[in-house]
Design a protein around this ligand. Structure first.
Ligand SMILES: [Zn+2]
Length: 428
């Protein structure tokens, strides 16, 4: 985990005149230069307008437009941004969604400059994040960065954003149904830090958007405003808690696994929230299975399950993750170094606390409810629709849990000696 010095909450404006308000905010910083970062698409819908509005206000501004079919937060685009930005102190303005914000967040942080976020779509919950997921040497990892000074979201632009992006934002938020359950599971079984207030805030943000699914799907200004508010609130919850635990569980581990696989095969990326929504429905299948097991069933499963074997886990990690194995072994150190006594205690705990585990499982709706909501929002509802193959999805259910040092329902399945691929048995 990366530790951070606390940052003040940013100013958040979601409005039709957000660009004018952004200019007003910038005018309040005399002597400062502004660098507007966008890509070809976001420059057309937002970045160009911001540049012009700043010029009209007499403020010194340069625009950087990142070209290319697919902008990735990798060495190539980070370097381009760094080279094109002036050497003087400046404020970066990220006119775009997840990737552009990550590039601005990282480059501004490393050059000692602040940045302002101007989202072009309500597509992810990472706008306020203090870390940046970057692809370096073909490996995606998170790097220390900074949150924005302020967020100015132009409501008209958000409402006109491609439906797939809004649906992805909805999918990212919907994923909290399983991430929150996994968080409680981690607290109950693995003593992970937990904060009921943050849990409640995240859940409320998600539920408000679930209730407004139709509005969000229609792309109305009210709908996208609610969605962005929900995504920003989820981001604030992560900041207040200190890491992404409330908002990222097994559904994100599957999504990361798929993403790494696509990257390795040189295939185009899939929208983060689209993957998370579909993954959340798969994880919901596992929680459904948990609900159907009695304490007696579990006692019997644990008795028959093969004893955990760290040496074979390490073999598995090396086989599945290849060059990245060393890093994964470090991430999994706490799990891999359990003594036999500790392993027995953990298994015993699962049996004893099974009624509480079932209470947690009952907070997760049936997978069909999740896919129904994804369909309402106009996003993909299963892994085939995402363009994935079974050969990628099956290993993600078996090995995705290694990607983070967190206890999730995937780890619970391992302890019980159950095969998480049963999530694929009932096609949704
Ligand atoms: Zn996410």
């Amino acid at each position: 985990m990366i530790s951070h010095t606390p940052q003040p909450d940013p100013r958040i404006i979601i409005a039709r005149d957000a660009v004018a308000q952004l200019v007003g905010f910038c005018a309040g910083m005399p002597g400062v230069r502004f660098t507007v970062l966008s890509d070809t698409n976001t420059h057309r819908v937002l970045g160009g307008r911001i540049e012009q509005a700043l010029i009209d206000a007499g403020l010194p501004v340069i625009g950087i437009v990142l070209h290319g079919a697919e902008v990735i937060a990798d060495e190539r685009y980070l370097t381009r941004t760094l080279v094109q930005a002036p050497p003087e102190p400046q404020v970066f303005i990220a006119a775009g969604s997840g990737t552009l914000t990550d590039i601005a967040r990282y480059v501004s942080f490393r050059t000692g400059n602040p940045f302002i976020s101007a989202p072009s779509a309500a597509s992810v919950d990472g706008f306020l994040s203090l870390i940046a997921p970057l692809v370096i040497g073909g490996v995606k990892d998170t790097y220390a960065a900074q949150g924005p000074l302020a967020v100015f979201a132009d409501l008209t632009t958000l409402a006109e954003a491609p439906r797939a992006l809004t649906a992805a934002g909805f999918g990212d938020l919907l994923g909290k149904v399983t991430s929150l359950a996994d968080w409680r599971l981690g607290h109950l079984l693995w003593d992970e830090p937990y904060d009921p207030e943050i849990d409640e805030r995240t859940r409320r943000a998600m539920n408000r958007c679930i209730d407004a699914a139709q509005d969000i799907a229609s792309g109305s200004e009210d709908g996208v405003r609610l969605l962005l508010e929900g995504l920003l609130e989820s981001g604030l919850c992560m900041r207040d808690f200190g890491d992404s635990r409330p908002a990222s569980g097994a559904e994100h581990h599957l999504s990361h696994f798929w993403e790494m696989q696509l990257l390795k095969e040189g295939r185009p990326a899939i929208l983060h929230g689209a993957k998370v929504g579909v993954a959340s429905a798969l994880i919901a299948q596992l929680y459904d299975h948990v609900r159907r097991l009695s304490q007696e069933d579990v006692r019997e499963l644990i008795r028959r399950a093969p004893a955990p074997d760290p040496a074979s886990d390490v073999d598995e990690i090396r086989r599945v993750y290849g060059e990245g194995a060393e890093q994964i072994e470090r991430i999994q150190a706490a799990f891999l170094s359990l003594t036999t006594v500790q392993q027995d205690q953990l298994r015993q705990r699962v049996v004893e606390r099974w009624p509480d585990i079932q209470t947690i499982a009952r907070t997760v709706p049936p997978a069909e409810t999740i896919t129904g909501l994804l369909a309402t929002a106009g996003g993909p509802t299963d892994w085939r629709a995402l363009g994935l193959e079974r050969r990628i999805v099956e290993p993600s259910l078996l090995y995705g849990h290694y990607l983070r040092s967190r206890f999730t329902v995937l780890k619970l399945f391992r302890l019980l000696g159950l095969d998480a691929r049963l999530a694929l048995e009932h096609p949704l």
